[in-house]
Design a protein around this ligand. Structure first.
Ligand SMILES: Cc1ncc(COP(=O)(O)O)c(C=O)c1O
Length: 500
């Protein structure tokens, strides 16, 4: 019970209503990761408001009302400045060490985050950032959500890992919840998006094997009786992950080429081109079609209903499986629990990951009974997948997303965000389109978005790129407030001149 009371006291501190000053705890020890133990012991710098005003607005000139207050204010300012300077030095050291220690696979922004609450992140120097990236569409409940924190700390105090040699309660509760609220009959849990797609690839291959054996060639299929379909269809601008199978389904050539040969047998078709998809599927060797109802990495592109319904029919006719990758667009992001609900089409399998456990690593495949029937004990597995800790976190996320009104709220906030962007940026010559669904929004530019993303970071706003690097992607926590959305638009608009 001590854990629960600790979590709730953190909750009251970190609640969304708490002022920034309440959250500053200069003397509180910062929970250092052991990997940083050689750095000087760190205290958290006091919160400093975003510096967009520093860049773009006149400095405040409010004067203290008395000499005593003036002295106190000067003292506080000096202390804050000192702590912030030490935080900045610490950040420089962390960034230098990261460069020296890690494989250079990431081009990280030059910022070191120390903590977060709601839709706000705070760096080592105590500077606040409005988070419109949510860890790439992961932190659905924002940072340090009190209910999520209570679920995680309570579960960590009870049971964290047992492996899939044994049963645990949160795992079954999570599967029950996912099945109850989806098209699926069965669940497989994994640790990430790419792993969920790897599992779906294997399930599709095994299913196709059974189909070939039991049914033989169907209609216009050119399969010989015992030759299972092993190929896949994927689409332009798709992103399905970085492991060899999921990578093979990912459209960007420069992600794949250095690592070839990846999994063979993937036909890439233009996203939205039903005729081309039909031609690929009718070749007769397609085990499954992988498609994102809304593409995130690919540039925030939404499928049409005609396209997804057409794919459904093509797959049915060919006895191929239709797989929706909702790793980025699923679980409330579009204002529906699952993005495909807006299209009136159901897949045979769906992969989920990013927001499912609110920031802890998880992946899931939801599938129809007929596909699950193809899998037997030993066919697939994972040591960590579906551990009690991560499942308890996922249950807390789902509980919130499924609260009455939550999804409608996401949809309304998405509309508001797009409307504000269109009205404030519609005339900007660099803006070609504002698009998206719910709180997954893309601003298509006529130039690279990098300089704008950097200017926003300097101004205390986190946004990310998508597509060919010419789309600004906004994927905030689903719990972001209207006031925060308005503030984000303000900062973004004010940073646009950097593109001129
Ligand atoms: C649609 C989609 N599928 C798969 C992945 C891969 O997920 P992960 O990075 O967790 O492996 C991503 C990640 O961005 C994604 O957006």
């Amino acid at each position: 019970m001590a854990v629960v009371s600790r979590a709730s006291s953190v909750g009251s501190l970190a609640g969304f209503g708490a002022g920034a000053a309440d959250l500053a705890a200069p003397s509180a020890p910062f929970p250092l990761h052991s990997g940083l133990r050689q750095l000087p012991l760190l205290s958290v710098a006091p919160v400093r408001r975003p510096q967009v005003p520093r860049l773009l607005c006149p400095q405040s000139s409010a004067a203290p009302v008395s000499d005593t207050l003036a002295a106190e204010a000067a003292h506080e300012l000096a202390r804050d400045e000192a702590q912030s300077a030490s935080g900045s030095r610490q950040a420089e050291e962390v960034i230098a060490k990261e460069k020296a220690l890690f494989v250079g696979t990431y081009a990280r922004a030059p910022v070191v985050f120390a903590r977060g609450y709601g839709s706000t992140l705070v760096d080592l120097a105590g500077r606040e950032y409005l988070d419109m990236a949510a860890g790439i569409a992961v932190n659905a409940l924002g940072h340090s959500d009190p209910a999520w924190l209570a679920a995680v700390t309570t579960q960590a105090g009870l049971l964290t890992h047992v492996s899939n040699l044994y049963h645990s309660v949160p795992q079954v509760q999570l599967a029950e919840t996912l099945v109850r609220h989806s098209f699926a009959d069965r669940v497989f849990l994994a640790n990430s998006g790419t792993e969920a797609n790897e599992a779906a690839i294997k399930f599709a291959r095994k299913y196709a094997r059974g189909v070939a054996k039991e049914e033989g060639p169907k209609r216009w299929l050119r399969l010989t009786e015992l030759e299972p379909a092993t190929h896949f269809v994927s689409f332009s601008n798709s992103f399905h992950g970085r492991t060899m199978g999921a990578l093979a389904l990912t459209s960007k050539k420069h992600y794949r080429t250095p690592f070839e040969p990846v999994m063979p047998g993937v036909d890439f078709v233009k996203y939205g081109d039903l005729a081309a998809a039909g031609a690929a599927i009718r070749k007769g060797h397609t085990a499954a079609v992988f498609v994102e109802p809304v593409q995130g990495e690919g540039g925030v592109n939404t499928a049409t209903a005609e396209f997804l319904r057409g794919l459904r029919k093509l797959c049915d006719d060919a006895n191929a499986l239709l797989v929706f990758d909702e790793i980025q667009c699923g679980l409330g992001r579009t204002g529906r629990l699952f993005a495909h609900e807006a299209y009136g089409v159901e897949p045979d399998m769906m992969t989920l990951a990013k927001p499912l456990a609110g920031g802890l690593p998880i992946g899931a495949v939801l599938l129809k009974q007929k596909v699950a029937d193809a899998m037997k004990p030993g066919d697939h597995g994972s040591t960590f997948a579906g551990g009690p800790l991560v499942c308890a976190a996922a249950l807390a996320v789902l509980e919130r997303i499924l609260e009455p009104g939550f999804l409608q709220n996401v949809a309304a906030k998405g509309e508001r965000l797009r409307a504000a962007l269109r009205s404030r940026l519609g005339d900007n010559p660099h803006v070609k389109e504002v698009r998206g669904a719910g709180l997954l929004v893309g601003v298509q530019l006529d130039v690279a978005a990098g300089p704008l993303v950097s200017a926003c970071l300097d101004a205390g706003l986190l946004v990310i790129t998508a597509g060919a690097g010419d789309v600004v992607r906004l994927a905030p926590p689903l719990v972001i407030t209207n006031e925060e959305l308005d503030r984000a638009v303000d900062i973004l608009v004010k940073c646009f001149p950097v593109l001129d």
